[in-house]
Design a protein around this ligand. Sequence first.
Ligand code: ADE
Ligand code: ZN
Length: 369
Amino acid sequence: MSVPTGSLRGSTPVSLRFPTEPTRVTPDSDPKSFLRKLPKAELHLHLEGALSPPRVAALAKKYGVELTAAELQQRYNARSFAQFLELYKWATSFLREPEDYAQLAQDACANLQEEGVVYAEITLSIGVMLLRKQDVRANFRAIRKVFVERSAASQGPTAQFIFDAVRQFGPAPAMEIVELAAEHREQGVVAFGLGGDELSLPFSEFQPAYKRAAQTGLHLLAHAGETGGPEQIRDAIDLLGAERIGHGIAAIRDPSLMTRLAQRKVPLEICPTSNLRTNALKLQLNGSDLSLLDHPLPKLFRAGIPVSLSTDDPAMFHTTLVEEYLHASKMGLSLDELLQINRAAFHQAFLPADRRSALLLRIGTASSA
Ligand code: ADE
Ligand code: ZN
């Protein structure tokens, strides 16, 4: 199986051979179309973060609220983590019944297909559904139906789901979410996660929920080291048993933690544009006037830490997975390194061996897996 090498900005044409659909692409002439065609995995994508301004406007209208373009533009311009949380709270307030979630799932699935994503782990903010006293089972049925049907019709990726609790809502709903996740394991729920504000409650309060999640066979995830420090990443691993870390960019401030992540092979789900928009980058690097070129991704990757690339909340951060790969290229990662990152995402995915191998075949790396 040929594996392309070289730089996206170099001059050598690259051929990719897929076992089922042979394709010849030339990254030099059009890196964007090359990256779009590359079968990719996305591991850190909040469904609610895919709520686009037009979809919010349509949902708001359904509920009798006329939104102006100016209000949408102003809300969708988060420049800090607090502003982002405010946007998330506001936009999701228009998701009120299963049909609303189904429409959102249609949007997200269509975008993933357009981006060349063949496998996705979709995070659902079950904590927000519970806060709004919604029927989680009915919402999940509606969301899953869309992904299953589109995938069967080759109109979207194979998807699995992560049930996410919100840290500032506390450990009681988190435990309820673990039970709901466990109940839906046969329906493709593979993990329990914790998002929200890292600086609210300590991870120690969530130990019982993670212990229970582990007992039920769920995989364990946590957002850590996004706006919090390296100690959050240590606690996520040591106190909760987190298998992958959402963001984890604070590791760049702690060389001994970087060594540990590399040695123990703890993957970081890296979301560059999110980090810029929430100001997490500025916070971690203690700098001003930072751009994506300052992102620690290349250093983390070259230190041997397993990383993957994701969008986090694509509509809210105005990004796509292909854009994130292009940003990574501008950070100095070579095409070969980008391909390694994509391949690694399939290895980091919570997939049984046979399904992983089948997906890896599509990127032409099964023999080197
Ligand atoms: N929920 C959705 N996006 C998030 C992020 N970037 N950090 C924490 N929680 C989130
Ligand atoms: Zn996230």
